[in-house]
Design a protein around this ligand. Structure first.
Ligand SMILES: NC(=O)c1ccc[n+]([C@@H]2O[C@H](COP(=O)([O-])OP(=O)(O)OC[C@H]3O[C@@H](n4cnc5c(N)ncnc54)[C@H](O)[C@@H]3O)[C@@H](O)[C@H]2O)c1
Length: 433
């Protein structure tokens, strides 16, 4: 049977390589749609968790995994030889930066090697990991073709960027339009057919490079606009203007303006990383991506700026940072998630410790973490804990916390997210970014 028919009648067996924030929700959606899905991961703890029906990702309920496993539609394995049995394979492995800030494609290369060793005619391979334009064509395709099969005829190859927004209940895997670009028309068509069975809108583009560039444009747009608004926040402070009030009023313009908000710096696996994939490849092509570098510079300076504002707030109380008790509220990189990758709160903690402050934290989504070899545990948040601090720093504004209550009990608050906007009677205690 042809792959297209197998997809239409849900007979296609789908393999997802990398069961993280991107791969797991995708695997569950395909399983819910009636496909037999096998998840492949090198992390045996994740494999075992899925096979037991337990989720480790906030947006994916354990009940959904357990139901799919019970129905025989979802299983996980670290045995890559089973890739041979798949009709379609989605690669969702990490694409971080090296220490030198260059793209680290090692996870993609390992995953592609695993596929190549079992590639068979008629298979569809799709790369979802965010990467620089040219990766699918110049890295993935030649590696897969080493076994003698030809992309676009013997097997099919496409790139489709993932747009999942962890912690966002409005837009989910199913409702976020998906861009697909294949190495040729039939590859695009098959990728479109596959995703069309679980996603409402598919946006085909003319090539893998365009699809790769789409994702980098989207995330560069975010990074640059956040950089701009962070700079506006720095200058507004200098001019004694409340930047949050400015943004709120500007947002009433019904066209030509889109609000972005200042904060303690960029975090997560995407926004701080992806634009640097683009500037790296631009540089290889003899082009300096100035906006990207400037935004990275402004955003990268924000944790230092927050520490300056903490120092000033303590100074107002005739205290020095050295020896002060500082409580960080929220260490995840953004609201309502438990992900601390690249979180600016970690850099703020390092800077504070470097200045000999006593640092603790509370985060309802992060019970503990290890940073620079030191283990931190989330403190219970009660009036006594708050009152004992010399300064409470709101680094992430999780929606389950009552910030008015925080300002009632804390002596001094540095608010990097405008979370205390309703704390009317206690404004004098609050330093806003
Ligand atoms: N997290 C997001 O919000 C998001 C959004 C859009 C795009 N992306 C992109 O999607 C990709 C994956 O991101 P993520 O957040 O899901 O990462 P993740 O770290 O949560 O998950 C990746 C998984 O891949 C597994 N893995 C690593 N190497 C492997 C290999 N060789 N074989 C099998 N499994 C392997 C890891 O064990 C891990 O479970 C990245 O390119 C990222 O930039 C992420």
């Amino acid at each position: 049977m042809e792959l297209r028919d197998k997809i239409r009648n849900r007979q296609a067996r789908i393999g997802i390589i990398g069961l993280g924030y991107v791969g797991l929700p995708l695997a569950v959606e395909f399983a819910k749609a009636g496909f037999a899905v096998t998840g492949f991961d090198v992390d045996v703890a994740k494999v075992s968790s899925i096979n037991k029906g337990h989720s480790y990702i906030g947006d994916v309920p354990s009940e959904d995994i357990a139901a799919a496993v019970r129905a025989g539609k979802l299983s996980a394995t670290d045995d890559m030889s089973k890739l041979h049995d798949m009709d379609a394979i989605d690669i969702c492995v990490p694409t971080p930066l090296r220490k030198t800030r260059d793209p680290d494609l090692s996870y993609v290369v390992l995953a592609v090697d695993a596929v190549r060793a079992r590639l068979k005619p008629g298979q569809l391979v799709i790369l979802e990991s965010t990467t620089y334009p040219g990766t699918t064509d110049e890295v993935v395709q030649p590696a897969l073709e080493e076994g003698g099969l030809k992309a676009g005829s013997d097997f099919y190859l496409a790139f489709s960027p993932e747009r999942v927004d962890p912690g966002n209940p409005t837009y989910t895997t199913r409702t976020i339009p998906k861009v697909v670009g294949g190495v040729n028309e039939i590859s695009t068509e098959l990728a479109k057919e596959l995703y069309g069975s679980i996603i409402s809108t598919i946006v085909p583009v003319s090539s893998t490079q365009v699809a790769e560039m789409v994702k980098l444009l989207e995330n560069t747009f975010r990074a640059v606009n956040i950089g701009l608004v962070n700079e506006i926040a720095l200058m507004s402070h200098r001019m004694n203007i409340d930047v949050w009030e400015v943004i709120e009023a500007a947002s009433t313009k019904p066209f030509g303006f889109m609000p972005f908000y200042p904060g303690p710096g960029l975090g997560g696996h995407c926004i701080p990383v992806d634009p640097l994939y683009l500037s790296w490849t631009a540089r290889l092509n003899g082009f300096e991506a100035r906006f990207i570098e400037l935004a990275a510079q402004v955003n990268g300076g924000m944790p230092h700026y927050v520490v300056t504002r903490i120092t000033e707030a303590l100074n107002e109380q005739a205290k020095s940072l050295r020896g002060s008790r500082v409580l960080i509220l929220g260490v995840a990189y953004k609201r309502d998630v438990g992900d601390i990758r690249e979180s600016p709160a970690l850099e703020i903690i390092s800077l504070l410790l470097g200045k000999k402050a006593h640092v603790a934290y509370h985060d309802p989504h992060v019970p503990w973490f290890v940073h620079n070899g030191k283990r931190f545990e989330s403190l219970n948040l009660d009036p006594t804990t708050l009152a004992e601090q010399d300064c409470v720093v709101i680094a992430t504004d999780h929606s389950s916390l009552d910030y008015k209550w925080v300002t009632e009990h804390a002596a001094c608050v540095v608010d990097t997210r405008n979370a205390t906007r309703d704390a009317n009677g206690h404004r004098h205690k609050v330093t806003k970014l």
